[in-house]
Each structure stands twice: as structure tokens, then as C-alpha cells.
Design a protein around this ligand. Structure first.
Ligand code: MLT
Length: 350
């Protein structure tokens, strides 16, 4: 389990919530534009014969959760394209930073690959002693998808609408439990927006991933959470959870009856969870290019596209499935979140 967030007194002013909302909204709306940014240009050649053995694809959260789902979806066609087995491995802990630290220190030979999400850009601000630097210790391979989030609750939780949830949480803030996947997780960021928008301080229950968190939500052990559609769509459709809203400016095709947070009266809670693939910084560029090609092939695979659509998560456009576009996105997002997080007072400690 991860440490609870340490908070400064109170929370950020309401302008901050707006900034976060606008910034997070841009995650969904803005493409990376392709090109620009550029990598470190360390070049190097190592692609001859690559890959000639199995590749480890590291997931920074628990099995069965949204990051795991996206990784396993693309891993199969990537494996077919590369002609080698890809073994997905879950390295949980500290909101995804344990896995990222492991990959940052792995051999830069293309046999250790990381899937990570928006948390790659927020961790430097959240973790004062972070053991890696996202822009220096990794090469970006390409963007994968941007996933909407949903606010969901245990089936027998009293509030039936988002407005009722706001009223209930305000009246029972000390009793209501909010599940997340630790500091740096998308579910924690979304919770931050919810707290600020509602003006409450929730009791957070951190897990190693929202896979196990959602299991506990369905089992009634926690009250509510904000999680990616790649994890919640099935449970919402099966009527196993109560769903209040989706955190996108527009409704999501996979869940057409679910109002947006703005429609439901909580417009400050708008966020999309972008994902990208990384390798250690020393990985030769021609090896990175082979992994990028495999990722691009996976994201146009009809079965992958159909499954992502079913889960409310569109594949990244081809122009964004490049190291350059991904690096630019990462840089922009680090710059975007650093002041927001600093202002929020949330930190994983010294
Ligand atoms: C997961 O895979 O468990 C999630 O991405 C965790 C999160 O970021 O909320």
C-alpha cells in the first residue's frame, strides 16, 4: 500500500481546480501534433537481430486493472510483429514509480519495455525523492491511447446521482471511503479534482492498482472511486456498480447513457488518462524504431481497435505513435502538472 497524501492546510483555491480541469481536458482534446520535441539523439545501432529473445513488458500497476488491460491488448499484436514472445509483468507500488524506477535501471537493449500513463508526468512533482527523471532516464516509444474516467460507487451506496453524491459526501466526508491506486495514479489525480470541486477531504484507501480496488468496490468494501473506462465499462454494463458520470467533455460511445461530469454538475472534474510506452535511455534508436513500428501495427490491428472502442478508449492517432510526439507530450505534461500539484499541497513525502 502507498502512503496517504500529506496535505498543506486546506486545499488549493478554486482557480486551481479550473486550471486542472482545463489542463486535464486538453489531455483528451489535444493531439500532440507529431514531430517536434525530439529525443536525446543518442543514436546507436543494436537492431540487427533484435529481438532474438523474449521481451518483458512492465505494467506499473496490479494485474486485471486498466493499465494491465491496455498493455495485454497491444502486447499480442506487437509480439506478432516483432516475431518474439512478449511477457507482461506487473510491478506494483507507489503509484507506478516502483516499476518506472526498475525500468530506468534496466539494460537499454530493448528487452525491457514499460507501459505507463499520465503518472509518468505527475510523479516528479508528487515524489520529491523520485529515483528517476522521466525525460532523461527513458526514451519515449510512442503514445498509445487516452482513456476517459468514470465516477462509480458500490451498488448499494446511497447517492443515486452525481449531485446526490456531492451532497452526501459533503455531509459524510469523515465516513465516505474513496479507493485509488496510490499517489501518482490516475485515480488519485481524479480524486484530487473531486475533493477540490466538492470542497472536501476524503478518506483515501490506496491499492496497488484499480483492478483490486474495483473488486473491493463491487464487494462493497469501499464506497466510491474514479477509474478508467478500460476497467469500469464491463462492471457498469453488468450493473455491478453504480455509475455517476464520465470525465470527458462529450459522452462516451461505449457508455451512451452516462452523463458527463459537466452535464451532471461537476464540470471541474474533467480528465483523460494518456498512456505511452518507454524504454531505458540507453536503448539504441534503431531498436526503439522497431518497437515503435510494432506498437503502431498493434494500434491499427482491427481486433485491438474494436476492443478499445468497446472499452471507451480510442487508439492514439498514427501521428502520435512516434518517439517525438510522445516526448513532446511528456514534456508538456510535466510542465503542466508541476505547478498544479505544488499548489495542491499533495506530496508523497520527503
Ligand atoms: C491501474 O492500472 O491500476 C490504474 O491505471 C491505476 C490508476 O492509475 O488509477
Amino acid at each position: 500500500m502507498d502512503p496517504r497524501p500529506a496535505r498543506s492546510n486546506g486545499g488549493p483555491p478554486s482557480w486551481l481546480v479550473r486550471v486542472v480541469a482545463v489542463a486535464a481536458g486538453s489531455l483528451l482534446l489535444a493531439g500532440c501534433g507529431g514531430g517536434g520535441g525530439g529525443g536525446e539523439g543518442s543514436g546507436g545501432s543494436g537492431a540487427e537481430g533484435y529481438p532474438d529473445r523474449e521481451i518483458a513488458f512492465i505494467v506499473p500497476f496490479a494485474a486485471g486493472g486498466p493499465t494491465d488491460t491496455v498493455t495485454r491488448l497491444v502486447a499480442e499484436p506487437m509480439s506478432a510483429k516483432l516475431g518474439q514472445q512478449i511477457v507482461v509483468r506487473n510491478v506494483e507500488g507507489a503509484g507506478g514509480t516502483v516499476a518506472a524506477g526498475e525500468v530506468a535501471n534496466a539494460d537499454g537493449d530493448g528487452y525491457t519495455v514499460l507501459m505507463h500513463h499520465i503518472g509518468m508526468s505527475t510523479a516528479p512533482a508528487l515524489y520529491p525523492n523520485l529515483a528517476y527523471k522521466p525525460l532523461e532516464d527513458f526514451k519515449t516509444v510512442g503514445l498509445v491511447t487516452t482513456v476517459p474516467m468514470t465516477i462509480v460507487a458500490r451498488k448499494d451506496f446511497e447517492p443515486n446521482t452525481l449531485q446526490e453524491l456531492v451532497t452526501y459526501v459533503k455531509a459524510n466526508a469523515d465516513k465516505v471511503s474513496y479507493a485509488n491506486a496510490g499517489i501518482g495514479a490516475a485515480s488519485q489525480l481524479c480524486g484530487l479534482l473531486i475533493e477540490k470541486e466538492m470542497g472536501v477531504d476524503l478518506t483515501e484507501v490506496p491499492y496497488d492498482g484499480t483492478g483490486p480496488a474495483l473488486t473491493d468496490l463491487v464487494g462493497g468494501q469501499v464506497d466510491f472511486m474514479c477509474d478508467q473506462t478500460t476497467n469500469t465499462t464491463g462492471q457498469i454494463k453488468a450493473d455491478k456498480v453504480k455509475a455517476y458520470a464520465v470525465t470527458t467533455p462529450e459522452r462516451v460511445e461505449a457508455l451512451p447513457d452516462l452523463p458527463t461530469t459537466a452535464e451532471a454538475g461537476l464540470e471541474g472534474v474533467e480528465i483523460g488518462v494518456w498512456h505511452g510506452v518507454y524504454v531505458p535511455a540507453e536503448t539504441p534508436d534503431d531498436v526503439v524504431a522497431k518497437i515503435t513500428d510494432a506498437l503502431a501495427a498493434a494500434l491499427t490491428d482491427q481486433a485491438v481497435v474494436a476492443k478499445l472502442a468497446e472499452l471507451g478508449a480510442p487508439p492514439a492517432p498514427a501521428a502520435d505513435v512516434t518517439p517525438e510526439a510522445h516526448r513532446q507530450k511528456l514534456q508538456e505534461q510535466i510542465d503542466l502538472w508541476a505547478p498544479i500539484i505544488k499548489e495542491s499541497g499533495v506530496t508523497a513525502g520527503g
